[in-house]
Design a protein around this ligand. Structure first.
Ligand code: SF4
Length: 414
């Protein structure tokens, strides 16, 4: 099927082997999309990493991929943005199946057809940034990298795999990697992905990129200018869920709080660039934090009732560096603060986040964690785009017929 490579990489950590498995055209057509294809190949306690037909193409934010850790109702599964999925696909694989447990900590390197399983013993205890640098050090900067942090190694239940230093995998995925003694994976591909109608796909993709980049939603997400953010937020058609009730105020952080944006980042083929590096200008928590969009940091505000922007960004930064799910970590910290009757205390919140690294237990987050896309009239089309590998922040700006036409130009007819 066009848009896919027709191959999976199967790595057995116990046997220290890596082999390529062909996927039949009929299977790709029957199990279209990240979710269906991943579930098709998921067995026992295997980890499956899967891309969709848009992942790795040059399109509007076409970089999404899924991580599935074992079978079962509560098994960690979910999709994330970044570079890893696109690079894996450019190496020639639609996905990976990882089975078995290594005898000691290892990481996997994938450079097109060259696969290696290497010792990661020297990386034990290092944070996400240090592990990413060590694993990806000899690869070009475009390489995609997955690593676990200290939280996974120390038994935190909501430890995650971090993609490309910034993007949290599903809650519990870090623990699943650690259970296999798998510390990380790096992928760097030089291949191509064929589309069914290359010229048509290119025209539709470039038009979609332009539309996504110029949408009010994208401007609100990506802007480092508070005035632009406010104007966009006022017109924003996205309906904040419970966890986003202060969205407009958050978009104004640059203006109202002593926090400035140092730089913006984008994932593979991103048309928006919503990820920001912040500088906390004054106060106890000043310094630069490699935090994603502020709306993610404020899950700590919702759970712990802390108002200090610097402390909230620091809490998120601790999650990122240690590899923990921020929503669950915020719920864990909120529970600890309520028990100690010190809700609203920034220092107690940060101490609770540090405690979570080695003792984090699952607590259901009370705040909804996501956007309500009122702007999308066709939720089905948005789901389709995400399941094929497009970031929802781009997909939300496109209408159903645009999304369907783009997918059809990539995949071809039924
Ligand atoms: S909009 Fe944000 S999350 Fe989506 S692809 Fe771009 S940088 Fe990544």
């Amino acid at each position: 099927m066009y848009g896919m490579q027709g191959k999976l990489l199967v790595v057995d950590l116990a046997a220290k082997t890596a082999e390529v498995r062909a996927v039949r055209e009929a299977t790709l057509k029957k199990y279209k999309g990240i979710d269906a294809l991943a579930e098709k190949f998921l067995k026992n306690d295997d980890i499956v990493i899967m891309t969709g037909s848009l992942t790795g193409l040059l399109g509007p934010c076409t970089n999404r991929y899924g991580i599935y850790c074992g079978k079962g109702k509560n098994a960690p599964k979910g999709s994330l943005a970044g570079f890893f999925g696109a690079e894996l696909k450019l190496c020639g694989y639609d996905g990976m199946i990882i089975r078995g447990k290594a005898k000691s900590p290892v990481y996997i390197t994938i450079q097109d057809a060259e696969i290696k399983i290497r010792s990661a013993s020297a990386l034990a205890g290092k944070n996400v940034d240090a592990k990413t640098a060590a694993i990806a050090g000899k690869f070009p900067v475009k390489a995609g990298v997955l690593v676990i942090g200290p939280a996974a190694e120390k038994g935190c239940e909501f430890a995650v795999v971090m993609g490309d230093r910034l993007y949290s995998g599903p809650s519990g995925s870090g623990a699943a990697f650690a259970a296999k003694n798998l510390v990380g994976i790096v992928a760097n591909g030089s291949g191509v992905i064929e589309t069914a109608e290359p010229d048509k796909y290119w025209d539709l993709a470039m038009a979609a990129r332009k539309k996504a980049a110029q949408s009010k939603f994208a401007i609100a997400l990506g802007s480092a200018d508070a005035k632009v953010s406010r104007a966009a937020a006022e017109n924003l058609q996205a309906r904040p869920l419970a966890g986003y009730r202060n969205l407009e105020r958050r978009l104004d952080w640059d203006k109202e709080e002593p926090v400035s944006v140092v730089r913006r980042r984008g994932c593979y083929s991103c048309a928006i660039g919503c990820r920001k590096q912040y500088k906390i200008e004054i106060g106890k928590y000043k310094g630069v934090v490699e935090s994603p969009a502020p709306e993610f940091a404020v899950v700590f505000e919702d759970e712990c009732l802390v108002k200090d922007t610097g402390a909230l960004l620091r809490a998120y930064e601790l999650c990122r560096k240690n590899g923990m799910d921020p929503a669950e970590c915020a719920a864990f910290a909120g529970k600890a603060l309520r028990k100690a009757r010190c809700t609203g205390n920034a220092k107690a919140m940060l101490d609770a986040v540090k405690d979570a690294v080695s003792g984090g237990k699952r607590t259901k987050p009370s705040a909804a964690f996501g956007y309500g896309f009122a702007a999308v009239r066709n939720q089905e089309a948005l789901d389709l785009a995400m399941d094929r590998g497009m970031c929802p922040f781009a997909a939300v700006s496109l209408n159903a017929s645009e999304l369907k036409a783009l997918t059809a130009a990539a995949e071809g007819k039924e």
